[in-house]
Design a protein around this ligand. Structure first.
Ligand code: UGA
Length: 419
């Protein structure tokens, strides 16, 4: 049995299986109708054709990929037009795993969502899939809905999560302006059990392959359905995220006497969050591009991300990351001149004027900051984009510290105003 757990013999396994889970990529379209917003369904289309071509008995086809609302209908059409008398029942089972906690999320999910057709055959298929999940998921955590609710719920869940981060990040700007502390505000707000405390950490911005993409999808669906006001509302969550990233760069540049040209800035962390080497849509890309634009020399350290990946990321166009690697740009030479990548946090900060922390890796909490300070140019700055260092301790060492949404360092108050 074990040797059959993973296999690349697609046709054989499709023809033997009763239930087929399809988890192919759905990148954002870069050209044509809906470019920059709508999802590309090429991979789904070809998966559906393969299933239709090799299936010899009835199948339940389960969509795991996040796809725009009503794509189930399109997939159903492809399967049925090529069915040769075989019955295909399409179900939706959106994925709620998060990176870094995926195994735990799989074994202990908040909920499992199953969407199916409201016909007797559809309901029967839902029951078959439910019987698979009840082996390890309590039955009251398994939600069954119609296809459209399941499709929309996935996009809505990610949009709501991202919205919380944009909300707390918008508060962080106000906290800095008023000497409030965003951590205290978030704690007080989150203690209301109707709001809850999770996902209220202010940051340099959210990243990852899902939030922005899913919101853009939602926006596109709203626009297509003649709902510009709703589209505008959700677009604002992304705009607030972009604002947070540029606010961070503005703080950095203006604090360092309005220019970082020729100055060395150490970047600690490049992944979009800790416990993953994934850099898709990481806020570090925008921050580094901002610094490079101002002619800084940057040295990046992230023990999970390779130099080649960082160079690709900094050279890529907006949605290229979501396409196969052979379609992505080669490592460019342009960014190489202004950027170095090291495998040592201390090496990265040697001779630097400032350090910015962009990923909340635990190791950044316990670095020897006295050693770092001694090897840096003075005045030495720390810009904490994740609020993970003990700012008071660092100030005692001599650093000028900026933390997101915290009362300003006295020495930053005299700096030129941030745009
Ligand atoms: C997200 C969702 O959390 C999953 O439920 C969903 O299944 C997944 O997308 C998906 O659609 O596949 P993921 O992108 O792996 O999971 O990561 P998150 O933990 O949600 O973090 C996303 C971003 O938000 C990260 O950059 C993180 O640093 C940031 N974040 C998170 C904050 O800035 N503040 C917070 O309080 C929480």
């Amino acid at each position: 049995l074990c040797s059959n757990l993973f296999s690349s013999v697609v046709e054989k396994h499709i023809s033997e299986a009763d239930i087929i889970f399809v988890s192919v990529n759905t990148p954002t379209k870069t050209h044509g109708l809906g470019a920059g917003k709508a999802a590309h369904l090429t991979y789904w289309e070809s998966a559906a054709c393969t299933i239709a071509n090799v299936a010899k008995s009835d199948k339940i086809v389960v969509k795991k990929s996040t796809v725009p609302i009503k794509t189930a209908e399109a997939i159903e059409k492809i399967l049925k037009h090529n069915s040769k008398g075989i019955n295909f029942e399409i179900l939706l089972n959106p994925e709620f795993l998060a990176e870094g906690t995926a195994i735990n999320d799989l074994f202990n999910p908040d909920r499992v969502l199953l969407g199916g057709r409201e016909t007797p055959e559809g309901q029967k298929a839902v029951q078959v899939l439910k019987d698979v999940y009840v082996h390890w998921v309590p039955v009251d955590r398994i939600i069954t809905t119609n296809l459209w609710s399941a499709e929309l719920s996935k996009l809505a869940a990610n949009a709501f999560l991202a919205q919380r981060i944009s909300s707390v990040n918008s508060m962080s700007a106000l906290c800095e302006a008023t000497s409030a502390d965003v951590t205290e505000v978030a704690y007080a707000v989150g203690r209301d059990s109707r709001i809850g405390h999770r996902f209220l950490n202010a940051s340099v911005g959210f990243g990852g392959s899902c939030f922005q993409k899913d919101i853009l999808n939602l926006v596109y669906i709203c626009e297509c359905n003649g709902l510009p006001e709703v589209a505008h509302y959700w677009k604002q969550v992304i705009k607030a995220n972009d604002y947070q990233k540029s606010r961070f760069v503005n703080w950095l540049v203006s604090s360092m006497f309005n220019t970082v040209s020729g100055k060395k800035i150490a970047v600690h962390g490049f992944a979009f969050k800790k416990d993953t080497g994934d850099t898709r849509e990481t806020p570090a890309i925008d921050v580094c591009k901002g610094l490079l634009g101002d002619k800084a020399a940057i040295t990046i350290y992230d023990h999970q991300v390779t130099e080649d990946q960082i160079q690709r990321d900094l050279a890529m166009n907006k949605f290229d990351w979501d396409h196969p690697i052979n379609l992505q740009p080669m490592s460019p030479t342009a960014v190489k001149k202004q950027m170095t990548v090291t495998w040592d946090a201390y090496e990265a900060t040697k001779g630097a004027h400032g350090v910015c922390i962009l990923t909340e890796w635990d190791e950044f909490k316990v670095l020897d900051y006295k050693r770092i300070y001694d090897n840096m140019e003075k005045p030495a700055f720390v810009f904490d984009g994740r609020n993970i260092v003990d700012a008071e301790k660092l100030r005692k060492i001599g650093f000028i510290v900026y933390s997101i949404g915290k009362p300003l360092d006295a020495r930053l108050k005299d700096m030129p105003a941030v745009a």
